[in-house]
Design a protein around this ligand. Sequence first.
Ligand SMILES: *Cc1c(COP(=O)(O)O)cnc(C)c1O
Length: 395
Amino acid sequence: MSKEPDHTTEILQAESLYGSGAYKPLEIALVRGEGTRVWDSTGKEYIDCGTGVGVAALGHAHPALVAAISEQIAHLATCVNGYFHNDIRSQFYKALSEISPFDKTKIFISNSGTEAVECALKLARINTVRTDVITALRGFHGRTMGSLSATANPKYKEPFAPLIPGFAHVPYGDIDAIRDAINENTAAIMLEPIQGEAGIYPAPGGYLTAVRELCDQHGILLILDEIQSGMGRTGKWFAAEHDDVVPDIVCLAKALGAGIPVGATLFKESLSFERGQHGSTYGGNPLACRAGLTVIETIANENLLDHIADVGAHFKSGLEAIASSRPEQIGEVRGRGLMLALQLRGRAGKTLSNLMINNVLAVASGSTIIRFLPPYIITKSEVDEVLQRLEDSIE
Ligand SMILES: *Cc1c(COP(=O)(O)O)cnc(C)c1O
């Protein structure tokens, strides 16, 4: 491994001098990645089980993505949707429609998760001619004003009140609470099939099916926010496939671009925008579309969905073994595929920083949860390494 020159102090100082104040990152600077590994500015190597919160799904610098993006940026990087058609965008639409849960799929491409959610909310209003949306407590849908209104956590939203009216937040997994929250103005119910930011809480068995039925009874649209759980993360293209539930609208981002910013809102054919009702300058640009297209092709070509299910089950049983050997420290293990969490009984900070000292990066959720969102290419022997280092790290 070639050692990078150590500019750590300079980097950290500049970031705290110029940064907006909205972030408080750990005191390391990541400067390079390859496969399942990343390196910091001192040359220290880590197994990356955070992947930028599930973004680097193919690992870092995947050769197929590097080749495709290099070629595309030299070829054509921008082509505004509203004015021109584009070959790569057409191929990306086709690839998305082939993995989509709908018989016939419509697609709006954007640049982030929160934009994918904004698009879904606008679609729901315009197509139902109603305004209200039911979402879940503990849910997370983004930071812009619409998606923030949909997010329940008062810590994120209270400073920005008044937000958009008409959002009701109900306990996740409680079908009666949804039934009680429905009114004649309910346009949509929006849920994550697995609540990600909250700390990996999968929908209880039968919940999504029951929500689907309620939506059908009341002519309400079901929006699934699969920004963290989708694009293969759980071993299927969409986490809701495990429950055989088909939404009306599905939101994607994170793993979709695997490092290039891409968001997408997929919806059933009976919904639509009229010309001019939505738009994005960057959204659907050929560079981003090429990234998304390459991600879908690579997941398919490398048979990664089966691998994710297999290596994910191995990871989960390893976490469960650690949990059962340390019942006084660990509460439970949650999740599916490569979207896993360890619920600690005490605070997670020390274990996370020990993990980092032991060359593994993971993601905190709240103050007591450690999330693992490794790249889809992680092997069982790498997982074993992570598990060993985790054992060494638990306080
Ligand atoms: C990350 C995330 C978002 C927001 O995505 P951004 O790209 O940060 O805007 C929305 N919903 C879920 C479920 C997420 O995990």
